[in-house]
Every structure is written in structure tokens, then in C-alpha cells.
Ligand binder design. Sequence first.
Ligand code: DCP
Length: 221
Amino acid sequence: MSASPNKNCKRLFTVCIEGNIGSGKTTFLNNFKANDNMLVLQEPVELWRDVGGTNLLEKMYKDPVRYGCLFQSYVQLTMLQLHTQKTNLPFKVMERSVYSARCFIENMKRTKMLEKVEIDILEQWHEWCIQRADIQTDLIVYLRTSPEVVYERMRTRARKEEDCVSLEYLRQVHDVHDDWLYNRSLFSVPAPVMVLDANKSVSEMMAEFEKCRRSIFENRD
Ligand code: DCP
């Protein structure tokens, strides 16, 4: 772990779980469901798969040039909806965030997948969310993995939309996350970052989860 959460914080304490595709965010997040003082918000992948009957995730992978911008714009909306979901509980734990949505936009920029004007608009939306929306975050948990490990996991889980996702693409997505949260050389980091080695097996990750959970509770009270 490389950081502690903000101390003495009595308002809602928000944690975002981040990491590459297949890094184990959902499994890690689900462990928090045993705590009845936490609102646990899974990433809205199901919404992306069914936008009024259209599987936008599938369209994005099949034709990223045509649908990449539209998809990322919808991701930003649905993530913003999670950030702003009200609760009376003291803790909110989210899978991904508006912040990491920027990683995918950055990758589309690096690989020249989108037109400059599309990137400009997505970045303006992102900037507006960061500056104006109530998306305050207290801790980022970065499930750091190697691209080879997540590639194997992704093949094993066999989500049909991800059939065409290559190891090369996972390397790109890894590099953007690492530049952002590990090397700290990309866009700004909105909260302290806890880096966990998520190449570990599910059972080994339980110990990491316990450390993380304790640290969140200890640092809030
Ligand atoms: N995705 C994307 N752009 C985003 C967010 C997600 O293209 N801004 C894609 C990548 C995946 C799918 O959506 O194909 C879900 O990705 P996540 O990494 O967010 O979720 P996973 O289900 O892979 O997470 P994990 O396996 O870590 O639980």
C-alpha cells in the first residue's frame, strides 16, 4: 500500500476501485457487500450492453472509430450518475469512476482511434465533471496487474463483447492506468492511492482486501 486515506473525515467517505480490464475489480468490490454501512456500486456494464435494446459495448469493440466517442460519452454519464447517487450511509465504494474513464479516452487519443474534435469534446466533458460536479473521492484503490495475467483472465471469463480484445490493447490500457496512478506522470490524481498487487489469486487477494477494509475504517474514525 502506498498511501493512507484522508483522516478525520466525517462526511461521506468515497472509495473508487480502479485497474485494468480483468484486474478483479468486481470481485474485490463484492467483498465490501458484507458491510451494512457501505453503499457498494458496481460498474454499469449492464447499462452499456443494453441502451434501449442496443449493445453499445459490443458496437464499440466492433467499430471503435464509429462508436468509441459515443460509448465513452455514455460511460461518463453513467459514472457521473453513480458518483452523485445519494446515501445516508457513511461509506460509498464504487467500481471505476469518472476519473478512470479518462484512461480510455487517453488511450483512444494515443492510438488515434478518434478524431481530434471527438477527443476535445470528451475531454471538455471530463474537465467539467472534475471541476463542477460533486464527485469528491477520498481513496483510490489501484488493483495493479500485468497485462499477461489479465489477458488470461479475460479469455477465461469469455465475455462475448471482449472476443476481439488483444493483449496489445490490454498493454495500452495498463500503461495509461500505470502512468496515471503508479508513475503519476499523466493527469492529476484526485485522492490518495493504495496500490495492491492484483496478480495474486482470489484467495490471496482476500488478505489484501482485509488490509484495505481495515485501513478505510481506521482512517475515517
Ligand atoms: N470499458 C471501456 N471504457 C471505459 C470503461 C470500460 O471501454 N471507460 C470497457 C472495457 C471492458 C468493459 O468495458 O471491456 C468493462 O471493463 P472494466 O475494466 O471496467 O470492468 P471489468 O468487468 O473488466 O472489471 P474486472 O474484471 O476488474 O472486475
